[in-house]
Design a protein around this ligand. Structure first.
Ligand code: DO4
Ligand code: MG
Length: 289
């Protein structure tokens, strides 16, 4: 079952089950659900959503999809694939060793990625920083966890990254990773029971410039060096998430060093069992100090 959060032309936000071109809003006692968390927090999200599903559908083209997030924080894991390790070792000569060590260490790299206001949904713009010259998208399978840190669903995440800022000094990581419009999420949440197995999940990235494909690559999630429950266990050490949390699981695709994103590029990420998340790239000037 796929859940979406949408807004209609009356500016009404609601949660719905998504089947092909139709949406089935979730209703309880005549009230339309506005928050995905009401389903994600339930002990049996699929049974709960099925019981609230309206028999009347809304055509997908009559609404705009929003990022499938309420009040959750967004965190990310890093260096969970060999390709991320090698790309980071190349970009960061002085600190190459720390990426090699974190790939092999029991403790993973985990970092805060975004609060909800920094997240872009389907077809909303994603930003490259005005003070960076080398930027890439990172296509990442994203775990959807409720407040009990149960893995209740999956979505697509784009962990936008400024490679020159991170490469200059690893202590700049928060600036390379966290800024307005730094994270894409969507288009839906596929509830956990409806996801294919890890061996069957493939991530595809395509970057288009006008009618040209600038980059296209794919990778299987079975190439990831860590398991979902391993990452969740580390994330939950000594911290709680009263509204739940999204956890991006790291990238296995990094374009080679000659590539950087440009304004108006369109980044499309497809993941088996979920769908495709597409975003256009923007950049704004800023006054330097
Ligand atoms: O170490 C820096 C970030 C790594 C990352 O975002 C990734 O591997 O996806
Ligand atoms: Mg990443």
């Amino acid at each position: 079952m796929k859940l979406v959060k949408v807004i209609d032309d009356q500016q009404k936000i609601f949660v719905a089950v998504w089947e092909e071109d139709l949406l089935y809003p979730l209703q309880s006692q005549g009230r339309w659900l506005h928050h995905l968390s009401e389903v994600l927090e339930h002990v049996d999200p699929i049974a709960f959503a099925s019981s609230l599903r309206s028999p009347h559908s809304v055509p997908l083209e009559q609404v705009t999809m929003l990022a499938p997030i309420d009040q959750q924080e967004v965190w990310a894991a890093g260096v969970t694939y060999k390709r991320s390790r090698s790309a980071r070792m190349e970009e960061s000569e002085s600190a190459a060793d720390c990426y090699d060590r974190v790939y092999q260490s029991p403790r993973p790299e985990l970092f805060f990625k975004a609060s909800p206001h920094r997240v872009a949904g389907p077809h909303e713009p994603l930003r490259i920083r005005h003070d960076s010259k080398w930027n890439v998208p990172e296509p990442e399978l994203t775990l959807v966890l409720n407040s009990r840190l149960e893995l209740v669903g999956f979505t697509i995440g784009n962990d936008m990254s400024s490679r020159d800022i991170e490469g200059d000094n690893p202590l700049y990581l928060p600036q390379a990773k966290v800024y307005d419009q730094c994270c894409g999420l969507g288009p839906c949440i596929t509830l956990a029971q409806a996801m294919p197995t890890v061996a069957e999940i493939e991530i595809q990235l395509q970057i288009s410039r006008g009618d040209q494909t600038m980059f296209a690559e794919r990778i299987g999630v079975d190439q990831m060096a860590r398991g979902f429950q391993e990452l969740i266990g580390w994330l939950g050490r000594d911290q709680s998430f009263p509204s739940g949390v999204f956890l991006l699981t790291g990238t296995g695709i990094v374009p080679d060093s000659s590539f950087t994103l440009a304004v108006d590029d369109v980044v499309s990420i497809s993941i088996s069992g979920i769908g495709t998340l597409s975003n256009r790239i923007v950049q704004f000037g800023g006054a330097e100090q």
